[in-house]
Design a binder for this molecule. Sequence first.
Ligand code: NI
Ligand code: MN
Length: 230
Amino acid sequence: MTVSAKLTWLSHGSWLIEAGDSRILLDPFLTDNPAAKATADSLTDISDVLVSHAHFDHINDVASISKRCGSTLIGAFEVVQWFQKHHHVKNAVMMNLGGSCKLPCGQLKMVPAVHSSSFPDGSYGGNPAGYLLTINTKRIYFACDTAYFSDMRFYAHGVDVAVLPIGDLFTMGIEDCIEAVKLIEPKVVLPAHYGTWPPIATDAVQWSGRVSAETKAKPVVLAVGESYEV
Ligand code: NI
Ligand code: MN
């Protein structure tokens, strides 16, 4: 049986990943997100909530959605511990960098990201992470919030889809993203973490043109709410 994955961009760093019976929500930030079109309440039957790091723009709707849907919360040890302590989240998988776990739809690996991670209340949020998702033979790399760093190639070289931030200021911008695409050599690359607020407004069309001109990857710019199937 071939399970394909459907990646829907919910804006910013938020993605809905549908594969087989899994509906995985990465970094849910819909409430107080000016770019979001969906509300947190509209997301139903979420099997797993995946968190890359503890910043508010990645965890705002983690507690409400995972409690309402009975989702399994997956994230860094410290992130999961915080949600257990403050929100009594029940189902959880604690991970750390370099570790993998099995999901019904495939394999998930937590990989490094060069960023920071603390909760809005100042608590330590563990190491920031990216995720590598393997569904059947397809590999999908979510770099999440990160600077450009050369180990991206080690973890994600040749992936079918790479999801990279382009908004600059808090993560890499267009310039470094182009270098990252050259290094990772993904088949397809999707931009994220831009356009949410004026400070991370950027020209995705310019980015797309540069990816096409300077790399072998195929850029796919999704509008908020649009999906890409792999
Ligand atoms: Ni962040
Ligand atoms: Mn962020």
